[in-house]
Design a protein around this ligand. Structure first.
Ligand SMILES: Cc1cc2nc3c(=O)[nH]c(=O)nc-3n(C[C@H](O)[C@H](O)[C@H](O)COP(=O)(O)O)c2cc1C
Length: 328
């Protein structure tokens, strides 16, 4: 298809992008081809620093992207929690290589923000509510990734329909809407709510560039909204997953669950224990990356595996067509 006209927002101005669309960072999913395709076609690709281990591999990947993408922007996602032992080095390398965007998740981004001041690197922070958003804004964040309910991975609990306008009332930073963003309609909705761009996660797992199993891509194509289950039984933290027979088996309440449901304290202790076990890699034996697929409720709108350029360009083109069709 012909390249659609640019869409100008604060996000595209900040990073010299043609379209306000970011390929979201996804643990074990984002790869070099996805980042390159997202950035080359006029959006921006990102990846979790932890996808490239050991740290030397991450450093080479950042250098390769820097040289392959030239002036095109890309971003890395850093988990700012003690569990990520290499977070400081990951940030230093990004700054040294002039990576345009660092996205922080989970912990307190204060140090990351401080380190990037006066450099070419901007920091956007994942937020799911006003308190954390206000805190990172006060710390000097350059923008927010606003994660709503129904998102793939470990999303938020609040609908983006309320969350974005709510944060917008209080905070004047560029905001990226994350959760169920799949096409031109969702881009239009996000921009009209007050966002400056969108994150696409689940949509680009069903892409030619993603190197996940065919079963994962097909599960996204086949699933509808009702097939998405929010559970902490996979890795200890509440997240959205596609209902598979293996996951359903694990979710059936058993004797232990029945006892736990009667005692909140014990329930919390067991939940923390399960989280710890999951972090150590011994998650429930019945579940594996072969049969457990994280995805958001946007699956209902994904019907085809496409290349990322087509996904981004169609989104931009359909957004314009959609605008023309809006009642007024
Ligand atoms: C398989 C998978 C892995 C993810 N891993 C990460 C991650 O490592 N870091 C992060 O900040 N977000 C992660 N996310 C969340 C995405 O960055 C993004 O917020 C989410 O996918 C947006 O919702 P959507 O999938 O409905 O588009 C992950 C999501 C998925 C589906």
């Amino acid at each position: 298809m012909e390249k659609p006209p640019k869409i100008k927002t604060r996000l595209t101005e900040m990073f010299a992008m043609d379209y306000p669309i970011i390929g979201a960072p996804m643990f074990l999913v984002s790869n070099k081809a996805m980042v390159v395709a997202s950035s080359q076609c006029g959006g921006m690709g990102t990846f979790p620093a932890l996808n490239f281990r050991p740290i030397e591999k991450y450093e080479s990947m950042v250098k390769e992207l820097r040289s392959d993408l030239k002036a095109k922007p890309f971003g890395i996602n850093v988990i700012v929690q003690k569990s990520n032992k290499h977070q400081y080095r990951q940030v230093e390398i990004a700054i040294e290589q002039k990576v345009p965007l660092i996205i922080t998740s989970l912990g307190n981004p204060k140090e990351v923000i401080a380190k990037t001041r006066g450099t070419d690197t901007k920091v956007f922070c994942d937020v799911v509510g006003l308190k954390h958003a206000q805190k990172v804004a006060d710390q000097g964040a350059d923008g927010l990734i606003v994660v709503g309910s129904g998102a793939g991975g470990h999303g938020g609990e609040t609908s983006l329909f309320a969350l974005i306008p709510w944060l917008r009332q209080h905070i004047d930073l560029p905001m990226v809407a994350a959760g169920c963003m799949t096409d031109g309609r969702s881009l239009g909705a996000a921009l009209s709510l007050g966002a400056d761009g969108i994150y696409m996660g689940t949509r680009i797992i069903a892409s030619q560039e993603a190197q996940v199993t065919d079963a994962y891509k097909q599960a996204i194509i086949d699933a509808d909204c009702e097939d998405i289950i929010n559970t902490d039984r996979v890795d200890g933290f509440p997240g959205n997953f596609i209902k598979t027979p293996e996951l359903e088996k694990v979710l059936k309440p058993n004797f232990v669950d029945n006892i736990l449901s009667q005692n909140r304290r014990v329930k919390r202790a067991v939940s923390l224990m399960r989280a710890g076990r999951a972090l150590l890699g011994s998650q429930d034996q019945k579940l594996s990356y072969k049969n457990t697929f994280s995805a958001g409720q946007g699956v209902a709108l994904i019907h085809e595996i496409k290349d990322i350029q087509s996904i981004f360009w169609e989104t931009a083109a359909n957004y314009r067509a959609q605008l023309a069709e809006m009642p007024h």
